[in-house]
Design a protein around this ligand. Structure first.
Ligand code: AVJ
Length: 320
């Protein structure tokens, strides 16, 4: 009864602000111009991403949730003993809820770059699962992970759902998976969700939802630059562009300048031609075999792969 207690431990690596300015400037100087998708996730961006997950066209979230729900008991059996459940890029922590009752982990360690969003999500998990220890960490998981806040007893299960791995190009993905392999330790495992190659029409629709939520998510990056970096720019002079690049096996998202214009950030100016783009995200898609091979190169051994009947999405379980 009474006031709910804060039961989480919160570790803050203070990622970001310094990097945001520097990375935006250097990305805009490159050709093609680019900005890392990790900068989508301010508070508003995290909310918009959740809204994307609820759109009709964005099948990955729904499909993966179904896979997790259906196979939770089997996943628990594969792990076999009580584990530390580590989730890089945990966002709203919705998906882990599908595993907690079956897994009964000793502790849950969500990490995310979006500080307040992470804090609220971690508190809600702690309130809903009073038996669970929660160690939340605000970090940029694309930087090398060492987890100083992490208890070091117990088998580690790294949970990396949502096809977040798709944001890395395959070379970076291998480096990142090797990093996870180190974090997993001697007895560790990896449960990872990977979006699959499929009919481009399905992919194109998923990143161009009819309500315009994905467009708002992409354009929010410009609002953020305008606000946080005091930039002189008008987000309305850019438009969202997303398409499946079949040669590269990835969906690309861009912000396209609707006309010739000059942006000012700090003392720098950036001239854009009409139709010039900023590449803001790549989302790589993998066949089961391609992904098993990639994880294998990073040291993981495939134990199980689950897919939905339409072969939209895959859930892989690896041991170290
Ligand atoms: C969070 C990287 C998996 O690539 O599908 C959704 C992000 N971008 N719609 C994805 C995203 C546009 C998402 N990931």
């Amino acid at each position: 009864s009474g006031i709910p207690q804060t039961r989480i431990r919160f570790y803050d690596e203070h990622p970001l602000m310094a990097d945001f300015f520097g990375e935006v400037l250097s990305g805009l100087q490159q050709r093609p111009r680019c900005i890392s998708p990790k900068f989508f996730y301010d508070e508003r961006g995290s909310e918009l991403f959740d809204a994307i997950c609820r759109t009709e066209e964005y099948y990955p979230t729904r499909t993966e949730q179904q896979l997790l729900q259906t196979h939770a008991a089997e996943i628990a059996e594969l792990i076999g003993e009580q584990c530390l459940l580590i989730e890089p890029g945990s966002g709203n922590s919705d998906k882990v809820r599908l595993l907690l009752d079956q897994l009964q982990p000793a502790a849950y360690l969500p990490m995310d770059i979006s500080r307040d969003f992470l804090f609220q999500a971690a508190e809600q998990v702690a309130n809903d699962y009073p038996w669970l220890d929660v160690y939340a960490a605000c970090v940029d998981f694309t930087a090398p992970l060492n987890l100083p806040w992490c208890p070091d007893d117990g088998r580690r299960l790294i949970f990396f759902p949502g096809s977040s791995i798709g944001n890395f190009d395959p070379g970076q993905a291998e480096v990142f998976l090797r990093n996870l392999h180190n974090v997993a330790g001697d007895q560790g495992s990896l449960l990872i969700g990977v979006d699959m190659k499929k009919d481009p029409a399905i992919l194109n629709a998923a990143y161009n939802d009819s309500e315009g939520v994905t467009a708002a998510f992409n354009l929010n990056l410009l609002h953020r630059i305008q606000r946080e970096l005091n930039a002189e720019l008008d987000p309305a002079l850019f438009r969202h562009h997303a398409f499946y690049n079949e040669d590269q096996g990835r969906v690309e998202m861009h912000l396209i300048s609707q006309r010739a214009q000059t942006l000012k950030i700090g003392d720098q100016q950036f001239h854009f031609d009409k139709d010039e783009s900023i590449h803001t995200e790549s989302s790589y898609k993998y066949t089961v075999e391609e992904f098993t091979d990639l994880a294998g190169r990073a040291g993981f051994t495939s134990r199980q792969v689950w897919t939905d009947p339409d072969q939209l999405f895959s859930l892989h379980y690896f041991d170290v």
